[in-house]
Design a binder for this molecule. Structure first.
Ligand code: AMP
Ligand code: ZN
Length: 650
């Protein structure tokens, strides 16, 4: 990446972050970009350009960013440097949680609140006076104050408020929600948002230390974070850091690190600032990919094939910009191995879009009498006996046809994108139709139209003539389906899309597949199934067990009577080569047979001579006269590698 590309990239993400409140990358990824820019000597502005829909406010003093530190050494270095610059041996440091929200400045004249602004580009901010005024507990009048006083602080939204708010919104995290709430043109909207704030700085006061500033702010009626600590050594700073890190989830709001500030305000002017950040303060960031929080409860989820999956319900915590309130516990073995118990303080990790998982348990903080987690002995959804299959870690509910959770999950899968893709039947509707008794098993979907003739669906909230017609239309439009999709829609254990494709390709016609599967107790059929590359014994057993159950067989027959299942056409699969005439010349890396077979399997027709109908000539080493002819005819010539990439990309 050139400097310019890097700058453009940062500007793009700035725009998403500051103006649209919809970041596409995590804070940690953004920090890496910024770090790179700093290394390349690029000056990066703290904010982005101002949103012109708001009035512009010039800050009396720039609102800067903070330098970042990520570990103890960074902190040691920072303190040593400051001591050296000031030529002192002792320092007092005010430690404050770095609340992850949106900073603002608020100006008072003679004790009256007159103006508030966002940080903006650092020099100018956006006018959010009316919006700040709507925040509860934000003082509009300060008694006994003369002249100009400026208060700076952080507006934020609590984690629980965020989750509630997001039931009808789509904010990435509480900070974006806070920014989105505050930067509203209509302050009435802001007024309905659960915004809170902490004040942490005061310009124009007489105070001599940050400690005095915070006390004064409190005295004036501002909300000030009660978590703060005046440290006299690096050890004490780190103690505070660890203390907050460990109890972060109990705060109820996002904290992404600790800000250390020189307590003595005289030192602020002595040390000064760069144009990005003050030299008298530093932010000690919490690690981005991990978070420590409380595991409130272990929930057991029943999947569509009956597998019981434990899920950790967590006290919500921000991990790298995303609020995490659940983590996967994989299976019972995992809980046993890590000795995870309800009420534990745990470290959760998140990487990319993967479901967060639990890295470790903080056993020191566990109460001595905390009981071990006992896995339920019956299905928590339906009370059926649970079974553990030999050689598998999974534990399953045995109530295949009676377990509501399993049935509903199967229905949801059947209509999902990867199966029948029926628009208008999302999870919510499936649950609804199940509960009112209209769809209780898969074939019911296709008899819905019949049933609705004698059922007043319009009596239910949310259903009108049009929405019913739309739903029936979309069901009817999905009655034709390819065999592989059909097979994978059935929720047979171990048969997902990939395996379903293998089966469809082998058996081609539905009737053929069904007949063969009905006879899996016979050696021949079973070994035919096992002979398919990619089908193992577990899968074969699972299919056998599915077809040996009369309820499944009836369901299948019923279902099929409504459908048109398309056979697999093994010859005409679409690829970049399908339908194309291809000729080889010269010595190829593969044998000629191998190359021809590959091409045919991709749907191409292989010819031995070049004519005007030829689409591609693939050339190897020392090509012969065919090459010359192809050039003359203007036929597309591919080197062998190119042909391979065509194949790979199709
Ligand atoms: P950053 O923009 O991440 O480099 O960090 C600077 C920002 O941290 C400031 O603009 C504030 O919005 C925010 N911040 C949160 N809590 C505090 C605090 N206690 N003291 C100073 N800045 C804080
Ligand atoms: Zn069950």
């Amino acid at each position: 990446m050139t400097n310019q590309e890097l700058r453009q990239k940062i500007e793009y993400h700035n725009l998403l972050y500051y103006q649209k409140n919809k970041p596409e990358i995590t804070d940690a990824e953004y920090d890496i970009l910024k770090q790179k820019a700093v290394e390349l000597g690029e000056e990066i502005e703290v904010g982005s350009e101002l949103d012109s829909r708001f009035g512009k406010v010039k800050h009396s003093e720039p609102m800067l960013s903070l330098g970042n530190a990520y570990n103890e050494q960074d902190i040691e270095k920072f303190i040593t440097k400051v001591k050296k610059l000031l030529n002192v041996s002792k320092l007092e440091i005010m430690c404050e949680p770095k609340v992850d929200g949106l900073s603002f400045s608020a100006v008072y004249e003679d004790g009256r609140f007159i103006k508030a602004a966002t940080r903006g580009d650092g020099d100018y901010g956006e006018d959010i006076t009316k919006n700040i005024a709507t925040i509860k507990d934000f003082p509009q009048v300060l008694s006994g104050i003369k002249d100009r006083l400026e208060v700076r602080g952080e507006a934020y939204i609590r984690n629980d408020d965020f989750l509630k708010l997001n039931e009808n919104n789509d904010f990435a995290n509480p900070r974006n929600a806070a920014a989105g709430s505050l930067r509203q043109l209509d302050p009435n909207i802001t007024a309905n948002m659960p915004l809170k704030y902490f004040a942490y700085s005061l310009l124009g006061g007489e105070e001599k230390t940050q400690d005095e500033v915070l006390n004064r702010l409190e005295g004036l009626g501002f909300c000030v974070n009660k978590h703060r600590f005046l440290a006299k050594s690096v050890d004490e700073m780190l103690q505070f850091y660890n203390g907050i890190y460990n109890c972060r989830c109990n705060l109820g709001f996002d904290v992404d690190g600790i800000v250390y500030k020189m307590n003595d305000l005289k030192l602020h002017s002595k040390l000064g600032s760069t144009n990005r950040a003050p030299k008298w303060a530093i932010a000690h960031k919490f690690p981005a990919a991990y978070g420590k929080t409380k595991l409130e409860k272990i929930l057991i989820q029943v999947g569509r094939t009956g597998v019981l999956t434990p899920i950790a319900k967590l006290t919500p915590i921000n991990v790298g910009g995303v609020i995490i309130s659940r983590a996967s516990l994989h299976n019972y073995e995992e809980i046993k191995r890590k000795d995870i118990r309800e009420g534990d303080i745990v470290v959760v990790a998140r990487a990319g879009d993967v479901i967060p998982h639990i890295v470790e348990v903080d056993k020191d903080s566990r109460l001595p009498n905390a009981p071990k987690f006992i896995f339920p002995e019956v299905c928590p959804e339906c009370g059926s006996r649970i079974e553990k299959v030999d050689g598998e870690t999974a534990i399953r509910c045995s109530g295949e046809f009676t377990c509501k959770a399993q049935i509903i999950e199967k229905l949801k899968h059947f209509v999902s994108q990867e199966a029948f893709a029926i628009i208008g039947l999302a999870d919510k509707q499936i649950e609804f139709f199940y509960d009112i008794g209209l769809i209780q098993q898969i074939p019911d979907i296709f008899t819905l139209e019949e049933k609705l003739k004698e059922f007043d669906l319009e009596a239910y909230n949310g259903w009108g003539k049009q929405s019913i017609a739309n739903l029936l239309n979309s069901i009817n439009s999905r009655k034709t389906i390819s065999l592989d999709r059909f097979i994978s829609s059935l929720s047979i254990r171990f048969i997902a899309q990939g395996t379903a494709k293998l089966l469809a390709k082998h058996y081609v016609f539905f009737e053929n597949w069904q007949n063969s599967m009905m006879k899996l107790q016979c050696y021949e059929s079973f070994s035919e199934l096992m002979s398919i590359d990619g089908i193992g014994e577990k899968t074969a057993e699972s299919i056998r067990s599915f077809f040996s159950n009369q309820q499944n067989v009836n369901m299948l027959n019923n279902l099929v009577s409504h459908l048109n299942i398309l056979p697999v056409d093994n010859n005409k699969r679409s690829s970049a080569l399908s339908g194309k005439i291809i000729v080889f010349t010269g010595t190829l890396k593969m044998s000629r047979d191998e190359a021809s077979n590959k091409a045919r399997s991709m749907g191409a027709q292989v010819s031995s001579s070049v004519s005007s109908k030829t689409h591609f000539l693939v050339v190897g080493q020392n090509p012969g006269s065919k090459h010359k002819k192809a050039v003359e005819l203007g036929i597309k010539i591919l080197r062998e590698e190119e042909r391979l990439s065509l194949v790979a990309n199709s």
